[in-house]
Design a protein around this ligand. Sequence first.
Ligand SMILES: [Mn+2]
Length: 201
Amino acid sequence: MIETKSYSKTKIITCQQSKHGELVCGDSYYTIETDEYFFTGVADGLGSGAEAKKASEQAVHTFREHHHQSLKHIVFHCNQNLQTTRGAVIGALKLDFKSGLITFAGVGNIQCLLLYPDQTFKGAISVPGYLSGRRYRMREMSFPFFRQSMFLMYSDGISIEREAIKRYAEEQDPEKMVQRILPPVETEYKDDLTLISGKYF
Ligand SMILES: [Mn+2]
C-alpha cells in the first residue's frame, strides 16, 4: 500500500486508500523527475467511486502532458480537460533544481507542507474551489527548498495536526513519516486518501 520511488535527486513515498465501501479510489496522482525539476500532482475527483476516479484520471492525464509548463498553465489545462467530468480539486508541486525553489498551486482541499532539516515547517495554501471547466481562482506560492528538506501533500481523506507532523518528521525519513501518519490498518476511511511525501537529496 505504501510505494517508494527513488529518482536521482528525490525519494518519493506514496499511499492511496479508498473510502470505506468503495472499490475504487476517486483520487489519482502523478510524479515525475527530470534533469531540471521534480513535479507531482494530486487530484481528488468530486464525490467518490468511478465518476470521481474518471475526473481525477483526467487531471493526471493533464499532469502527464503538461508537467514541463508552469503551474499556472498546468492548472489552466486541468480546468479545460475537466470540463467533461464532474470536476476535481487538485494540488500541484514543482521543485526547480536550478533555482532551489519549490512552488505549489492548489485549487480545493489539498494540503501541502514543507519540512526543513532544522525542524521548521511551512504550509502552502490552496485556494478554495474546484476545477470543472468554469472560472476558478488560483495562486502559486514559492519557497526556498534545500537539500534534505521534505514535503508532504495529501487529500482530505485524512486530517493531520500540524504540531504532530513535527514529531512524525523527527527522523527526517519520508517513509517513516508516512508510516507514522497513517491511521491503523483497520481504519474505515470517510473519504478517499492520497498521501505523497518526498525528500530532496
Ligand atoms: Mn476527498
